[in-house]
Design a binder for this molecule. Structure first.
Ligand code: ADP
Ligand code: MG
Length: 504
């Protein structure tokens, strides 16, 4: 039995979502959502700057987005830790301006403030709002947190998320994979051994993980996903349909009218949500634009069947990651005991039908898909704080890591779905006589060709001892810590020349 520590610092768990975020804590050993100041249990991940220079976050930012589209920043998580060239798809999807910054990074621009922000800065404002709500709840200042990310996030996306926490003044004690968090919340206190599949389809990302959970060990067997798949794509499919329908009738392209576009995006999301329960819904947008002094209106019906035909290609994209995760876990669908739904988009009937078809099983509906990730982050916070002592979590790395070798190939050092923390070392040798230096090009991805994978960094090992090719040996070791972050060390065996790099 342990006694309580006086003035022990609280650690909160945060689900920093693309669309919605949530914050939770352990209350007497039970994970509990902390409601925000407005009374909501989740907070829209939206930041806006008003004409008077005020910063609006969450529900109030969402409410004014139609009248202030260029200063309202949503889906920022789709940009975080990415290079400008990776986000082409986003450029015409959002109503705010995205710019390329130095080092090919991204900035968003607020005309009201005449100021640029990095995605990390926008995310930090969301985190600050959540923390302020928690401060109010505890009546003390919170400085420590566990933050979740999609399992499929790569190194730079994880680091950028950690940086957002830093900017918000937080000590981020752990970056936790969202599906793993969901499993922690689902499995806490369960006495049975089970193999569960977590299917998380949110606004912008899709994650699937397979875990084996027991009374005190949770082991991730495999994880897979798609960082560009979610409810936003469903909304976009409806938006495209409305716009082309209107264009056919009126010969006006509303894509160039930011305010109209924002209204259509919102109406599309509302229609989509209604179609989760209704068979048909109507989209009414009076005065959507004025043409030669003639006001124009949008008035169209969308049936569930029509919606399903618009999104059938998007839904099909969920299949491959599920199969890949099963394959990596060396399991067939029949070994899955429970399917746990996470994320608002799992309420779309077509998504559930796909799962039933794929796994021949009704999904478990015992937990709230909007809250489960934050609750699991609170469980992890409890493990770190020592409040929960009898639970061990074994997570995995989502993507293979390696280095570039002769011929532009990638040599894998840590295979995807390896348990973390982990360390692997491989021995390489020089490729020409009296070679003085070697280049260590660190890669992440599954392709044999280096150029098709993500480059995480390059460094050189210099002043190598002279010798015929193949005789100079270089040890390259990759070490991943519990946050999924990577440390690479390269050293020449005889001289001991060593270089280390943490991926930043
Ligand atoms: P994220 O993890 O990306 O923050 P959430 O899990 O909060 O996302 O899911 C948000 C997505 O779920 C949005 O695209 C939203 O429109 C969608 N969504 C929420 N409720 C429903 C519903 N009842 N039917 C269909 N989609 C829904
Ligand atoms: Mg989510």
């Amino acid at each position: 039995m342990c006694l309580l520590e006086k003035n022990k610092k609280k650690i909160v768990g945060i689900d920093l979502g693309t669309t919605n975020s949530a914050i939770a804590t352990l209350e007497g050993g039970i994970p509990t959502i902390i409601s925000n100041h407005e009374g909501g249990r989740t907070t829209p991940s939206i930041v806006a700057f008003s004409a008077t220079g005020e910063t609006l976050i969450g529900q109030i930012a969402k409410r004014q987005s139609i009248i202030n589209p260029e200063n309202t920043f949503y889906s920022i998580k789709r940009l975080i830790g990415k290079k400008y060239e990776e986000i082409k798809f986003e450029l015409n999807r959002v109503a705010y301006k995205i710019k390329e910054d130095i080092n090919k990074t991204i900035k968003v621009y607020s005309p009201n403030l005449k100021k640029e922000f990095s995605p990390e800065e926008i995310s930090s404002l969301i985190l600050k709002k959540l923390i302020n709500d928690a401060n109010r709840y505890f009546n003390e200042t919170i400085t420590q947190a566990v933050i979740t990310v999609p399992a499929y996030f790569n190194e730079s996306e994880r680091l950028a998320t950690k940086d957002s926490g830093l900017i918000a003044g937080l000590d981020v004690l752990r970056i936790l994979n969202e599906p793993t968090a969901a499993a922690l919340a689902y499995g806490l206190g369960k006495k049975k051994n089970e193999i569960i599949l977590i299917f998380d389809l949110g606004g912008g990302t899709f994650d699937v993980s397979i875990l084996e959970i027991g009374e005190d060990i949770f082991e991730v067997l495999a994880t897979s996903g798609d960082t560009h798949l979610g409810g936003d794509n469903f909304d976009q499919a409806i938006v495209n349909y409305i716009i082309s329908n209107f264009n056919e009738k009126e010969n006006i392209d509303l894509r160039n009218d930011k305010q109209a576009l924002q209204r259509i995006i919102e109406a599309a999301e509302k229609a989509k949500i209604e179609l989760s329960t209704l068979e048909i819904t109507q989209i009414n947008l009076p005065f959507i634009c004025i043409n030669n002094n003639n006001p124009k209106h949008i008035n169209i019906d969308i049936s569930r069947a029509k919606f399903e035909s618009l999104i059938s290609n998007i839904i099909k994209k969920c299949t491959a990651p599920v199969n890949l995760a099963l394959e990596d876990a060396k399991l067939s669908f029949s070994s899955i005991d429970k399917v746990i739904l996470v994320g608002g988009s799992t309420r779309v009937p077509a998504v559930r039908n796909l799962l039933i078809e794929l796994l021949k099983k009704m999904p478990n509906e015992s937990i709230n898909p909007d809250e489960v990730v934050a609750l699991g982050a609170a469980v992890q916070a409890g493990i770190i704080a020592g409040e929960i002592t009898d639970l061990i979590l074994l997570d995995v790395t989502p993507l293979s890591l390696g280095v570039e070798i002769e011929g532009g190939l990638m040599s894998t050092i840590i295979k995807r779905n390896a348990s973390i923390p982990t360390k692997h070392t491989e021995i390489f040798s020089t490729s020409s006589d009296n070679q003085q230096n070697v280049e260590i090009h660190i890669l992440q991805g599954e392709n044999n060709l280096a150029k098709n994978n993500k480059s995480l960094g390059i460094f050189n090992l210099e002043k190598l001892p002279l010798g015929p090719k193949g005789t100079i040996k270089i040890n390259v070791s990759f070490e991943i810590n519990a946050d999924g972050l990577l440390l690479v060390t390269a050293s020449e065996v005889t001289s001991g020349i060593t270089k280390k790099i943490t991926i930043k």
